[in-house]
Design a protein. Structure first.
Length: 402
């Protein structure tokens, strides 16, 4: 008798943890487990802004999947997912096809430009390791070119960041650390470099506690970050954002868009019903109308029934999706009842650079400054520990002194 085949698509937070939990939940004879991922490595999505700013090396933010998931226990396929043919229980990959009995879709996000003219063509995106390396290299190139060029264009040293949400603010926090280092390296006056954050909403960090937002803004402004709030971006040109009713042009040598993400395009290609690019899943994390397909992480809206809106799509939530999903697949295999996802909110902390952060932990306790920065490192290290145990934590963990 053939063992049931469980196929997990994507090795982000949700996919890695689901695979790991399945190997813990199920005996080797109970199921065949397959993990499909584009690359042979996993990267910490919540560290990408640091890679983009150049405050950590890109290799620090990633690790080999086979170091954490044993290829003897899980079949690892490195390929890109093209489409899911639900009627046939088949996943189409770029180079092959794979059948499944149970499917977990955790393919992460792609950048959403919300149709802003020129954004796709002219801005950099904090999307994956490669895109972030490009940003880092481009910023440094602007400094080197300014230093060595005949004509000095101060605008070329301006770094323009579109979007004042979590990623945008964490990114400008890292830039505030990196820019003085680059100025020293290339002997450029710090006052010539501008870091400008542009947000359409009336305030940066919409949805965050006002005290925390005030703290973040003051901290970043003191380190040279400028904010343009209530400034809708009409267009992104090669050298500027066009904002506001009067079509003001904000010139820059580096333009980075962090204003939004949406679920993997594989979802729409596979015919799932989408709301803002994601599938609104059932309480047990299955796709509506599907008995054997689970959708997790940035591909899913998981509803908070008490508040009538989705839980925030964070790494913390994605890793918790994994536990519920793995338990429910085991339940399906054993003809047991499934359980609904319950979010255990441990808080949210936004980094504002190496030694500064702000956020809430546990039941809403506010943290600021160095204590928040220390908590942020605890959160990052916990993620590594959950995925790869003490060995991975020792290898990749954040133990930077203040």
């Amino acid at each position: 008798m053939n063992k049931p085949k469980i196929v997990v698509l994507g090795a982000g937070y949700a996919g890695m943890m689901t695979t790991k939990k399945l190997t813990q939940n199920l005996g080797i004879d109970e199921a065949e487990i397959v993990l499909v991922n584009k690359h042979n490595y996993h990267y910490e999505t919540t560290w990408l802004h640091e890679v983009a700013a150049g405050t950590i090396n890109h290799n620090r933010a990633r690790f080999m999947i086979s170091d954490v998931i044993s290829p003897n226990r899980v079949r690892l396929i490195y390929d890109s997912v093209v489409e899911v043919k639900r009627d046939e229980n088949l996943v189409v990959l770029e180079n092959s096809e794979i059948s499944y009995d149970y499917l977990v879709i955790s393919l992460g996000f792609v950048t959403n430009t919300f149709g802003i003219k020129g954004m796709e063509e002219n801005a950099f995106f904090i999307q994956d390791i490669d895109s972030c390396q490009l940003i880092r290299e481009h910023i440094e190139y602007q400094f080197a070119q300014y230093k060595n060029g005949e004509e000095k264009d101060d605008d070329s040293l301006t770094i323009l960041v579109g979007g004042g949400g979590f990623t945008g603010i964490e990114f400008v926090g890292e830039l505030a650390e990196k820019v003085p280092q680059l100025c020293k390296k290339y002997d450029i006056d710090r006052s010539k470099v501008r870091i400008i954050n542009v947000e359409a909403a009336p305030s940066i960090m919409p949805g965050f506690d006002k005290d925390l937002v005030t703290y973040a803004k003051k901290s970043l402004q003191e380190r040279g970050v400028e904010f343009r709030e209530g400034a809708a971006i009409k267009e992104c040109k090669a050298d500027c954002f066009v904002v506001g009713e009067d079509n003001e042009e904000i010139k820059a040598g580096t333009i980075v868009w962090t204003g939004g993400v949406t679920g993997s395009p594989v979802l729409s290609k596979s015919g799932f019903e989408l709301t803002k690019g994601k599938v609104t899943v059932n309480g047990d994390l299955r796709a509506p109308g599907e008995d054997n397909i689970f959708i997790l992480g940035d591909c899913a809206w998981v509803m908070n029934e008490a508040e009538g809106r989705p839980f925030p799509p964070t790494a913390q939530a994605a890793m918790q999706h994994a536990t519920t999903c793995a338990n429910n697949i085991k339940a399906l295999l054993h003809n047991e009842p499934l359980t609904n996802f319950v979010f255990d909110d441990k808080g949210t902390v936004a980094s504002l650079g190496v030694t500064d952060a702000m956020g809430t932990v546990f039941s809403g306790t506010k943290l600021y400054g160095k204590s928040a920065a220390a908590m942020k490192k605890v959160i990052d290290n916990r993620s590594l520990f959950l995925q790869g145990g003490p060995r991975l934590l020792l290898k990749k963990g954040k133990v930077r002194p203040f």
